[in-house]
Design a binder for this molecule. Structure first.
Ligand SMILES: [Zn+2]
Length: 189
């Protein structure tokens, strides 16, 4: 059983994310890009820290609007105490915004790019992300895709949220034969 489903419900920081975002399929470019940025920001830290800083990061990164972030000044972002001030992460977020802009031209958008490569297993996704984005190791890619319904494993089968997500037919359910085994469900930290 997913540990996150045990610790997150009712939790002041994790509850809303568990109940209404984690594992739910999304297609909006800003939502996809924010999630990728948050997963990158988490590296080496807890998800709880990321969620606590989320409002501050949304303000600093102008709502994670791709065109704004692509033109952002890294120095001013790194001076903002509201964000997770890691030079490599901030540089990756800005460059990845530019990579998303490129996906508009090559595939018609971020969601269309994901659809064009779905389904594949986590290892193949990770190779693709590493060839497309910065700062996208296996853990980040796996969590990003699981959190958006491209890979299974976000919720325990008996978690009430799992049934609500199933009703939305996330991509992994439409290609269950190709889906990777769940192996990276969020910990409680
Ligand atoms: Zn759950």
């Amino acid at each position: 059983m997913s540990l996150y489903c045990q610790v997150a419900p009712g939790h002041p920081v994790h509850g809303a994310y568990h109940d209404s975002e984690y594992g739910f399929p999304q297609r909006d470019e800003t939502v996809l890009f924010e999630r990728l940025c948050l997963e990158i920001m988490q590296a080496g830290l807890s998800w709880e820290i990321v969620l606590k800083r989320r409002a501050g990061m949304r303000a600093a990164f102008q709502g994670f609007a791709v065109d704004h972030v692509a033109a952002a000044d890294p120095a001013s972002l790194l001076a903002d105490p509201a964000i997770i001030r890691n030079r490599l992460k901030v540089a990756a977020v800005i460059e990845n915004a530019r990579r998303v802009q490129a996906l508009r031209r090559s595939h018609g958008g971020f969601a269309a790019w994901l659809d064009a490569h779905h389904p594949r297993d986590k290892a193949a996704w990770t190779r693709l992300f590493r060839a497309t984005f910065l700062f996208t190791g296996g853990e980040i890619v796996g969590e990003f895709l699981m959190s958006l319904g491209y890979l299974p494993g976000a919720h325990a089968a008996q978690c009430p949220v799992a049934a609500r997500i199933a009703a939305l037919a996330p991509p992994w359910m439409q290609a269950a034969d190709f889906a990777a085994a769940p192996d990276g469900a969020k910990g409680g930290g």
